[in-house]
Design a protein around this ligand. Structure first.
Ligand code: DGL
Length: 278
């Protein structure tokens, strides 16, 4: 039994879709969340940048006593997760493999659409991973660079957002897909509009669901699960806390409180001073 928190991170509000799932499926678990809102979007950042950001954030989350880390960012998971895992002793899971697995279980026809950031789409990681489970799957990838900035602004229901969704999804619907993967953790904020466009015959996969199922299994296997709630979730961001809270509350409601701003370089300096016994 272990009441230490699960560390969850993303470029911004996207990873809160994973926090929501943790709150509903693992109510005894406490989360410490980091949203890198000063550097959002991650979508077109280089792998080198993504590796550097992940290192800094994971060090911070370990400093907050995390027992397990969820990289709640497909862009990171698609490009640098294997390297990141090698550098740290703490168990780390990404959202991409669980999402690909869920899609492979959901499809009947093998025709799967994946919407994601430019970086995730370029990496072809979803296609490769889905094909490990369904070798003859036909995967249709669409990069949607305009969505994350709209969501980070809290622009979830405007005519512009719906127009942009049609622009990305209408051609995908021509491909006769039966499953659509939301391959960016921000996209579940728009799930109702997306479902209206895809219609009842397309199953929408939110990788957060399978990620949290896999997390529960891993915590149990490692003897790290908590059995009673030891406090509230905590939220930290590199950018503006108010802006993050305003958008995040549209998903998590009033449980999103006490967002603080953290400067990762200062945290790093404090940690190394601590290690030197200063
Ligand atoms: N939410 C992240 C993802 O799943 C990052 C999106 C971004 O910052 O562009 O890919």
């Amino acid at each position: 039994m272990n009441s230490r928190p699960i560390g969850v991170y993303d470029s911004g509000v996207g990873g809160l879709t994973v926090v929501r799932e943790i709150s509903s499926k693992l109510p005894w678990e406490r989360v410490v969340y980091f949203g890198d809102t000063a550097r959002v979007p991650y979508g077109e950042k280089t792998a080198r940048d993504l590796l550097g950001f992940s290192r800094e954030i994971i060090e911070f989350l370990i400093g907050q006593d995390s027992k397990y880390i969820i990289a709640a960012c497909n862009t990171t998971a698609s490009q640098v997760l294997d390297d990141v895992k090698k550098e740290f002793d703490i168990p780390i899971i990404g959202v991409l493999r669980p999402g690909a697995y869920a899609a492979s279980r959901a499809t009947r026809t093998g025709r799967i659409g994946v919407i994601a950031t430019v970086g995730t789409t370029r990496s072809a990681a979803y296609e490769k991973t889905i094909k490990e489970y369904v070798p003859d799957a036909k995967v249709f990838n669409v990069a949607c660079p305009e969505l994350v900035p709209l969501i980070e602004r809290g622009d979830l229901n405007s005519a512009e957002t719906i127009r942009v969704l049609h622009y990305y999804l209408d051609p995908l619907m021509e491909e006769d897909i039966d499953v659509l993967v939301l391959g960016c953790t921000h996209y579940p904020y728009l799930i109702e509009h997306i479902a209206r466009i895809t219609g009842p015959h397309v199953e929408i996969v939110d990788p957060a669901t399978e990620t949290v199922t896999a997390t529960a299994a891993a915590l149990q296997e490692l003897g790290l699960q908590s059995q009673e709630k030891s406090g509230q979730h905590e939220f930290a961001v590199s950018g503006d806390p108010m802006r993050f809270a305003t958008v995040g509350r549209k998903l998590l409601g009033d449980s999103l409180t006490g967002v603080r701003q953290v400067n990762l370089s200062d945290e790093r300096a404090k940690m190394s001073a601590g290690n030197r016994g200063i």
